[in-house]
Design a protein around this ligand. Structure first.
Ligand code: C5P
Length: 320
């Protein structure tokens, strides 16, 4: 049987006996366009991010030492984990002498193209700022987040947002709303760097930031007019490298998904459904796929995202 879980929209942060517990949401990309290869080796992107109601949980409490415990055998708990790297960046930036005991309960497949590690890093920046009584301004948080990874700054915003540059330049967009999404995560680890490399993208021809931004905003306007016109430039390459991922796509379409797309660099794939019943029937039909994890989710808006991160709300700007 495939393992499946329903993820509900309401995730709460809480403070219990001085432990701050925060949800760390996953993302999908409605669109991911690779514009070309940059001189720094990264790719210039025009992408539209969306937070969804699948979440890990992170707990932060006071300690002299910095430590991380996780319930996931696939996630390292040492200094290579983005959560520890986020903690060290904050310590350096603000001269913090204290440590923290951090616990991470994983539900987001890792790796899976759902931004789990990036989300954890952003939530660590937020949670530890509160735990340590820091007052970072929002641009400082965004700068630290971009040092941790291309997807990390988005998780300081949540909701629906345009990502440009490496993916680190974020502009909020009017919210997209889909209630019946199904994410299928086959047991495949797609190395992000290898997926980008296999794409064989040409060097960026336009390097003027203004004209690139114009193009990205034009993509975003197209998305707002036709939100179900999905696009991921990595998909064909990743499906060629891992044919099983193409099979996930086909099975979701056969089962009645209105639109299907690879999540980031994969291996997860999401399908959009018009009705809860069709999604439920698909969950049951895919139950025979022993190596796929299935998650019934919905979009999480920016307001819902910020509410769920309750104790950190003071770190967000009043409006973006
Ligand atoms: O930024 P992050 O560490 O998440 O990126 C992982 C890898 O994905 C990078 O080392 C790079 O090879 C590739 N990447 C890229 N262009 C981007 C984002 C990621 O080539 N915009």
């Amino acid at each position: 049987m495939a393992r499946f879980a329903s993820s509900f929209l309401f995730f709460y942060s809480c403070v219990v006996e001085s432990e701050i517990v925060l949800p760390s949401f996953a993302k999908i990309n409605w669109r991911l366009r690779v514009l070309g290869k940059r001189d720094d080796g990264f790719h210039e992107l025009s992408t539209i991010f969306q937070t969804v109601s699948l979440a890990d949980s992170l707990g932060f409490s006071d300690s002299d030492e910095l430590s991380l415990e996780t319930d996931s055998p696939t996630v390292p708990a040492d200094g290579s984990n983005l959560v520890i790297r986020a903690a060290r960046l904050l310590q350096e930036e603000f001269g913090v002498g204290r440590g923290a005991r951090i616990t991470l309960s994983k539900r987001i497949p890792a790796p899976g193209g759902l931004g789990g590690g990036s989300s954890n890093a952003a939530v660590a920046l937020l949670g530890l700022s509160v735990l340590w009584g820091l007052e970072p301004d929002f641009p400082t948080l965004c700068r630290l987040a971009a040092r941790l990874g291309s997807d990390v700054p988005f998780f300081l915003y949540g909701g629906t947002a345009l990502g440009s540059g490496r993916g680190t330049e974020i502009e909020t967009l009017p919210e997209a709303s889909e209630k019946f999404i199904l994410i299928a995560a086959p047991d495949i680890a797609v190395p992000t760097a290898a997926a980008f490399a296999a794409l064989g993208a040409k060097r960026l021809t336009k390097t003027d930031p203004e004209s690139i931004l114009k193009l990205c905003r034009c993509d975003a306007a197209g998305f707002l007019r036709r939100p179900r016109e999905l696009r991921n430039d990595l998909e064909t390459t990743v499906n060629r490298l891992f044919p099983e991922i193409g099979r996930v796509r086909e099975r979701l379409l056969e089962a009645g998904a209105a639109a299907v797309l690879l999540c980031g660099s994969g291996a997860s794939v999401f399908g959009l459904f018009d009705k809860k019943e069709t999604r439920q029937a698909t969950l049951e039909a895919l139950g025979s796929e022993t190596d796929w994890r299935l998650f019934a989710v919905a979009t999480v808006s920016r307001d819902e995202y910020r509410s769920a991160l309750g104790p950190c709300r003071r770190l967000f700007p009043i409006s973006f």
